[in-house]
Design a protein around this ligand. Structure first.
Ligand SMILES: [Zn+2]
Length: 78
């Protein structure tokens, strides 16, 4: 079992953000979760440990602009 972090990327400035809340599971578990997330957006709501994970988040860019960060995947914790 490994730990993964949800990663978001701002569509305006390109900055990547990692969410500190870890998701635990085998690579296959997370791959399955990701696939379901892509095809069935509701999957986030069915996992209690992922309830706070959003598909989109506001982002304050370094130059003061306001962008939209999109969920781009689960990064494996080192
Ligand atoms: Zn940004």
């Amino acid at each position: 079992m490994s730990e993964y972090m949800a990663v978001y990327k701002c569509q305006l400035c390109g900055e990547m953000q990692r969410i500190p809340q870890a998701v635990k599971g085998s690579t296959e578990d997370i791959e399955h979760l990701l696939a379901k997330t892509i095809f069935y957006q509701k999957e986030f709501g069915s996992r209690p440990d992922l309830v706070q994970l959003m598909e989109k988040m506001p982002h304050r860019c370094k130059d003061g602009s306001l962008g939209v960060s999109l969920f781009v995947g689960f990064k494996k914790a080192q």
